[in-house]
Design a binder for this molecule. Structure first.
Ligand code: KMH
Ligand code: ZN
Length: 271
């Protein structure tokens, strides 16, 4: 089995310091959190950023500041900005980090209910994002919140809008979207092309529950405050690194080795 890529989704757009005071917000906090997550075993940092008030933003300059700070303190992990931002943002706002030419970025593969909101990703938006990512040589992580989203991604591939390697993130457990269960994960994995790679991201307590089957099935794992702020029931996580370390321990039990950032690049065929 190939080495395990652990993604740390360190901040997200929906969680606040009131929910978990350990949430990183400023460029410096994000950088320190990313470095600790990487030192604990993460090889991808999925990145959202916040404005001065702590609200989600897709401002290119704020992304730039956080990424520069990360590089400055020695983060070697793949930095993967979000192009999802927060529900309700315009596509023009969301697309901004692509123009920093990161190695990777998310590409959300379909419209979905997102709690009380609607997260809009129609095909014209997806085509536009895919085209821009192709132009700037950014590897998309194909975010699928529903099984039909996989087929939207495959449609983009058929239309020639995606690079050769396909990497999916199967996000299960968002309220209003595909519930998190091993059966649903397996069903989604069965729809993927054989040569694709995939990560599972379970929301809330399902973060841990989906980590086990992903490790065994040869997938990869995403953890972090974006999807889950607890270490266990009633106990807030103290850091993203704490959540990463638990996955490393699990992988060890299953004899699955952990990919370092360059090994993750190899697996994802990032040049
Ligand atoms: N915040 C969600 C509405 C992504 O990063 O691409 C979208 C999201 C997905 O987080
Ligand atoms: Zn995200």
């Amino acid at each position: 089995m190939e080495k395990l890529i652990i993604t740390a989704a360190i901040c997200g757009a929906e969680v606040s310091k009131e929910d978990n005071p350990n949430l990183p917000i400023t460029a410096q906090e994000l950088a320190e959190e990313a470095l600790k997550a990487e030192q604990s075993g993460a090889s991808i940092i999925h990145l959202h950023v916040r404005d001065r008030a702590g609200n989600p933003t897709q401002d290119k300059e704020i992304f730039k500041k956080a990424i520069c700070e990360m590089k400055k303190i020695g983060v070697k992990a793949i930095i993967q900005p979000s192009t999802g931002g927060a529900a309700g943002m315009s596509w023009q706002e969301r697309i901004q980090p692509i123009y920093l030419e990161p190695e990777m970025a998310t590409l959300d593969c379909g419209t979905t209910n997102f709690g009380d909101e609607i997260f809009i990703n129609d095909l014209p938006l997806m085509r536009n994002f895919a085209l821009e990512m192709k132009k700037f040589n950014v590897l998309p992580e194909l975010e699928c919140f529903e099984v039909g989203h996989i087929y939207n991604a495959l449609k983009l591939k058929k239309e020639g809008l995606l690079n050769n390697h396909l990497h999916f993130d199967l996000v299960l457990g968002v309220p209003g979207a595909m519930p998190a269960s091993i059966k649903n994960l397996l069903f989604m994995v069965e729809q993927l092309p054989k040569d694709a790679t995939w990560t599972a991201a379970g929301v809330g307590r399902y973060q841990l529950e989906l980590a086990y089957p992903s490790i065994i099935m040869g997938g990869h794992v995403r953890v972090g405050f974006e999807d889950n702020i607890f270490y266990k029931k009633g106990e807030l996580a103290i850091s993203n690194a704490q959540l990463v370390k638990r996955v490393v321990r699990l992988a060890k039990e299953y004899k699955r080795k952990i990919a370092n950032p360059n090994q993750a690049r190899e697996i994802l065929k990032i040049e």
